[in-house]
Design a protein around this ligand. Structure first.
Ligand code: NAD
Length: 275
C-alpha cells in the first residue's frame, strides 16, 4: 500500500516492536509510510534479541530502551521525546506478557507475584506511560493514544487465563484516563485485535486452536497485523479526532458472531467420527 500522508508532521512513541511479526513492527512501518516520525521503545531485555535496529534504520527512528513498569525509564524516554520533537502527538502501547500463562500455571492456582507482574507489564504500564508523558510535559493537546487488546477482556477464553484480567484492566484504564484527557482534545482507545501469529501470541497454550476457531467464525477471517497497523494509523490520524474511550474490535466480524456454517460443518465431521 502506498502512503497518503495521513500522519505527516505527527511525532510519537511506539512501544512493543520485538521482531517483524510483532503488531507494533507493522504499526511502525505503516506510521512511517504515512509520514509520522517516532521513537521505538522496548524493554532493555529485548536488546539482546537485536531485531529493532533494522526497523529503526528503515523508519529513521531512534530507539530508547525502557522497561514499561519503570517510572524512571519512562520519564527518561518522554524527556527525550520532548527534546527531539517538542512533544508527542501519539503513543502506541503494544505490550503484553502473561507470566503464569507462559509458565503454564493454571488460573485456579496463579502465582500471585507473577500475576502482579503480568498486570503491571500488560495493563498498568499504559497508565504509567500516559502519566509519564503527561508529567514530563511531553503529551501534546490533541494527541491520540492507542493500546492493543483482545476480546478475552469481555469473554472467557479458557487458555487466555490471567491475560483476560490484564486486558480488562487495560480497557478500563482507557476509559478512566480518556475522561481525564478529553478536555485537552487527547483521546485514548483500545484496538481489540484478532489472534495474530506473533511471539506473545504463540506463547499462549492452545493459541493455534484459538486462531483457527476465530478464523472459521469471523466472516472475513482473522485480521492480520498489517491490517491492524492500517487501522491504528486511522486512529492516530485527525480523521478520527472525536473518537475516544472506545474498545474497537478489529477482528473481521468475530465479536458479533455466534457460530458459522464453517464451524458447524467442521464440528459435525469431528463428532460424527466419534459415533
Ligand atoms: N498476537 C495476538 O494474537 C494478539 C491479539 C490481540 C492483542 N494482542 C496484543 O498486541 C500487543 C502486542 O503483542 P504482539 O502479539 O505483537 O507480540 P510481541 O511479543 O511481538 O509484542 C509484545 C511486546 O511487549 C514487550 N514487553 C514485554 N515486557 C515488557 C516490558 N516490561 N516493558 C516494555 N515492553 C515489554 C515485548 O518485548 C514485546 O515487544 C500485546 O498487547 C498483545 O496482548 C495480541
Amino acid at each position: 500500500m502506498s502512503g497518503n500522508g495521513l500522519l505527516t508532521g505527527k511525532k510519537g512513541v511506539i512501544f512493543g516492536a520485538l521482531n517483524d511479526s510483532s503488531i507494533a513492527w507493522k504499526i511502525a512501518e505503516a506510521v512511517h509510510r504515512e509520514g509520522g516520525q517516532f521513537i521505538l521503545s522496548n524493554a532493555p531485555v529485548a536488546k539482546r534479541l537485536g531485531g529493532l535496529d533494522e526497523l529503526a534504520d528503515k523508519t529513521g527512528a531512534e530507539i530508547i530502551w525502557a522497561d514499561a513498569t519503570s517510572a524512571d525509564d519512562l520519564d527518561a524516554l518522554f524527556e527525550r521525546a520532548k527534546e527531539l520533537y517538542g512533544g508527542v502527538d501519539f503513543i502506541v502501547h503494544s505490550i503484553g506478557m502473561g507470566l503464569n500463562v507462559r509458565k503454564n500455571r493454571p488460573y485456579e492456582d496463579l502465582n500471585y507475584e507473577w500475576y502482579k507482574k503480568s498486570l503491571d507489564i500488560s495493563a498498568m504500564s499504559l497508565h504509567r506511560a500516559v502519566h509519564s508523558a503527561d508529567g514530563t510535559g511531553a503529551l501534546k493537546d490533541g494527541a491520540s493514544i492507542v493500546a492493543l487488546t483482545y476480546i478475552g477482556a469481555q469473554r472467557t477464553f479458557s487458555k487466555y487465563s490471567e491475560m483476560g484480567d490484564a486486558k480488562a484492566l487495560l480497557e478500563s484504564i482507557v476509559r478512566s484516563y480518556g475522561y481525564r484527557l478529553g478536555k485537552r482534545g487527547i483521546r485514548i482507545n483500545s484496538i481489540s485485535q484478532s489472534p495474530t501469529i506473533t511471539t506473545a501470541g504463540s506463547g499462549i497454550a492452545g493459541f493455534d486452536a484459538m486462531f483457527q476457531f476465530a478464523e472459521r467464525i469471523a466472516p472475513m477471517g482473522n485480521a492480520d497485523a498489517a491490517s491492524c497497523a492500517d487501522y491504528t494509523v486511522a486512529m492516530l490520524s485527525d480523521l478520527t479526532r472525536m473518537v475516544t474511550m472506545q474498545n474497537l474490535f478489529h477482528d473481521g466480524g468475530f465479536s458479533t458472531m455466534g457460530i458459522s456454517d464453517e464451524l458447524i460443518a467442521d464440528l459435525a465431521e469431528v463428532y460424527s467420527k466419534g459415533e
